[in-house]
Design a protein around this ligand. Structure first.
Ligand SMILES: Cc1cc2nc3c(=O)[nH]c(=O)nc-3n(C[C@H](O)[C@H](O)[C@H](O)COP(=O)(O)OP(=O)(O)OC[C@H]3O[C@@H](n4cnc5c(N)ncnc54)[C@H](O)[C@@H]3O)c2cc1C
Length: 685
């Protein structure tokens, strides 16, 4: 029944203007138009086919990725796509590749840390892809602790060169994407040694491979680190290993930006995998071998991290919405139990248990979208301030982005797995799209700052200030305003919690404040603060999570205070905002109750309210996921296909599996027949 929309009855139930919601989701009418056009362009081009990815061998997958990357680049050139359109095209091609690292890490690192001469020399080559770059920071023995990196860069004044060396096995660079097989150049991070003195970790531009025949240059031992989690997924990326044996590079290849070049602009699609690199330095070494501390304020390095992490938060909303779209459409198609008088069984989306697992994820996808928008604004604001030498908001912006990166990626990884379970057995099939989505997404919890390590940074910042005077000093921004609530005992009345956003917000503020202040009080019992931080770190991380959840709730509420056109759109968003907040309140009611922010009666009411909100979402659920405007190509899921025609497609796909190429399997004569014929003793195994 080609062309029949099996979800039409669901779409007809919706109570709001889906097209208007599509624009809210995209961020603006312009963003919608670009995204819509490019996603359809990719979906309709067989060159970007991806449905066979999970059955390819590693080598086939990798070669296919190389082909797609080249084809995407050709398309970008042929169609004269703008930077924004090119970024969207790479996004919708939807395959991890060396290009992510080239555009998202290598180029931004040169822009952020290179001198004007370095930028003039390297960026045009990189923009045309005459060189391909990677970002080589992590080592076999050292990831989160950047200060512990062992690779050395020793200045030789005789030749005006640095000698890059990997002195130990554990100093081997390990993980950089694109390094294994493709990159011709790396930004390699190494401990700078000048005149016998160690000067901290710095970045260096190092050529890895010949531009003629791609063979590694002398002194480089380089390769791929091997298969990673899942089928397809991140195996399309050549994460690599690299050892340097006294490799010499000219002095002018150390990244030595000074203050007049403070460009923080980044491409719009960077998917970065940096470290919490506040310990990386940008300095100068003169030809006489003098080390000069850079006049670039150290905080500027935060600026680049802000950019990267705000894109990761935006990516979280994409990945979660994609999983939710699949699980929601399939939940409307799937029927189990409840048949009356031979009628159809119940759609699983109508079960309250299914709703209570699915709808909070739907609400989270929207919540992360809006907090991502806010982070984008925050980044632009910080960049503007930096240009005027105003660093006042940088530490707080750093804490917010670090914390939100951690919160949203953890919730998204868990959410994708929950969506897989929501799809029952079929969710476990690769053709559901969910296993690969999970496998591709889950390292976001580790790269660009391991999530717990990041929360520890948020904790360090928030509790240090809290310890001093309850956040009042230095951090006067709205995000921390809630700490002043600490002493105010708020007696919410039951109705206010139910109906008012401000009451909900106050509950989150009071919870975060109380958890933070409780930590600060416990810390004051330690003579040595460092010992206190170490001992209480698990509590401190929980307080950081509470702070970040408050941020998400408050940004959702702020979004609702804006003008939002379109019939019923705002009402739907209000329902989702309430679900997001009340679900968290229900889930963490221990925190809320133990800090006295709500009473047990409130907690019970929140639960009642959630049930009623789920009923309000139910008729709109399919339209709310349609608003993401994902093509079937991008979703890559039979369970999530737009027309809901799941079963015939699943059936057809099964027959396309390579195992079904022959009826009698390869191996029958060697291994199955001897078993059946009781000839196993004489079989050649
Ligand atoms: C898919 C993928 C792509 C990557 N791409 C790149 C790349 O392009 N370039 C690059 O340079 N790197 C890359 N990396 C490496 C990545 O950045 C690191 O893996 C990441 O920073 C985490 O560091 P780690 O592996 O040392 O983890 P570890 O820090 O060893 O973490 C192990 C455990 O220790 C805990 N832990 C660590 N420190 C503390 C602490 N102080 N207190 C409490 N607990 C702690 C962590 O929470 C975690 O549970 C990539 C990694 C992956 C998975």
């Amino acid at each position: 029944m080609e062309g029949v929309d099996h979800l039409a009855h669901e779409r007809n139930k919706s109570e709001f203007d889906v097209d208007a919601m599509k624009i809210v989701w995209a961020g603006s009418p312009h963003a919608f138009v670009v995204s819509d056009r490019i996603s359809k362009l990719v979906a309709s081009d067989p060159g970007f086919r991806k449905d066979n990815r999970s059955t390819l061998s590693r080598k086939e997958l990798f070669k296919n990725t190389l082909r797609k990357a080249a084809y995407a680049w050709k398309t970008i050139i042929d169609l004269h796509l703008s930077e924004e359109e090119a970024a969207k095209l790479r996004f919708y091609v939807d395959e991890p590749a060396f290009t992510d690292v080239h555009w998202g890490m290598f180029i931004p690192a040169i822009k952020g840390q290179g001198t004007e001469e370095q930028q003039q020399k390297w960026l045009p080559l990189a923009y045309k892809m005459q060189i391909i770059g990677c970002y080589a920071q992590t080592e076999l023995g050292h990831g989160s602790n950047v200060q512990g990196l062992e690779t050395t860069a020793t200045f030789d004044p005789q030749t005006d060169e640095f000698i890059i060396h990997s002195p130990t096995l554990t100093s081997s660079k390990w993980w950089p994407g694109g390094l294994g097989k493709v990159a011709t150049h790396a930004i390699a991070y190494a401990l700078l040694i000048v005149g016998g003195r160690e000067q901290g970790v710095h970045g260096f531009i190092v050529q890895l491979r010949s531009l003629e025949d791609h063979s590694p240059l002398p002194g480089m031992t380089v390769g791929d680190i091997g298969m990673k989690f899942g089928n397809g997924a991140y195996n399309a990326m050549d994460n690599g290993v690299l050892r340097f044996d006294h490799v010499r590079i000219p002095r002018n290849q150390m990244l030595m930006r000074c203050a007049q070049y403070t460009c923080l602009c980044m491409p719009s699609d960077a998917k970065l995998i940096l470290e919490p690199c506040i310990l990386i330095r940008v300095s100068q070494v003169t030809c006489e071998g003098k080390y000069k501390q850079s006049d670039v304020p150290r905080q500027l390095v935060y600026g680049a991290m802000l950019y990267v992490r705000q894109t990761i938060v935006a990516d979280a909303s994409c990945a979660l919405s994609r999983a939710v779209c699949i699980a929601t459409r399939y939940s409307a198609v799937r029927r189990q139990f409840g048949s009356q008088n031979g009628g159809p069984e119940t759609q699983v989306i109508d079960y309250k248990t299914q709703q209570s697992r699915l709808f909070p994820l739907l609400a989270s996808a929207y919540a992360f979208r809006f907090v991502g928008e806010w982070l984008k604004w925050l980044y632009a604001d910080v960049t503007q301030r930096l240009q005027a030498n105003d660093f006042s908001t940088l530490p707080e912006a750093h804490a917010c982005t670090a914390g939100l990166k951690s919160l949203t990626t953890t919730a998204t990884a868990d959410g994708i797995e929950e969506c897989r379970k929501l799809c029952g057995g079929h969710g476990y099939l690769c053709s559901s799209g969910l296993p690969e989505l999970f496998a591709v997404y889950v390292p976001a919890c580790t790269y660009e700052g391991e999530n717990t390590v990041l929360l520890l940074q948020v904790r360090d910042m928030s509790c240090k200030v809290s310890h001093e005077d309850c956040f009042s000093a230095g951090v006067q921004q709205e995000t921390s305003r809630y700490n002043s609530l600490y002493d105010s005992s708020r007696a919410f009345n039951a109705m206010s919690l139910r109906c008012s956003k401000s009451a909900l917000l106050e509950a989150f503020e009071a919870r975060a404040a109380r958890m933070c202040v409780a930590c600060a009080q416990n810390l004051s019992n330690f003579d040595n603060p460092e010992e206190g931080f170490a001992e209480l770190s698990a509590d401190l991380v929980e307080a950081a999570v509470a702070h970040c959840q408050l941020l998400v709730v408050s940004k959702f509420i702020e979004k609702l205070q804006q003008e939002i056109p379109g019939k019923g759109v705002k009402q739907q968003l209000e329902v989702l905002c309430n679900i997001y907040a009340l679900f968290l309140l229900h889930k963490h009611q221990g925190d809320f109750l133990s800090t006295g922010c709500i009473t047990p009666k409130h907690a019970a009411l929140a639960n009642d309210e959630l049930r009623s909100l789920y009923s309000q979402v139910r008729p709109n659920a399919i339209a709310l996921v349609d608003a993401f405007n994902y093509t079937d190509h991008y979703l890559g899921s039979i369970l999530g296909c737009y027309d809901g025609n799941v079963y015939p497609k699943l059936y057809e796909a099964a027959w396309k599996d390579p195992l079904n190429e022959s009826v009698v399997p390869d191996g029958y004569h060697q291994y199955i027949r001897p078993l059946l014929k009781q000839e196993i003793r004489t079989a050649r195994l």
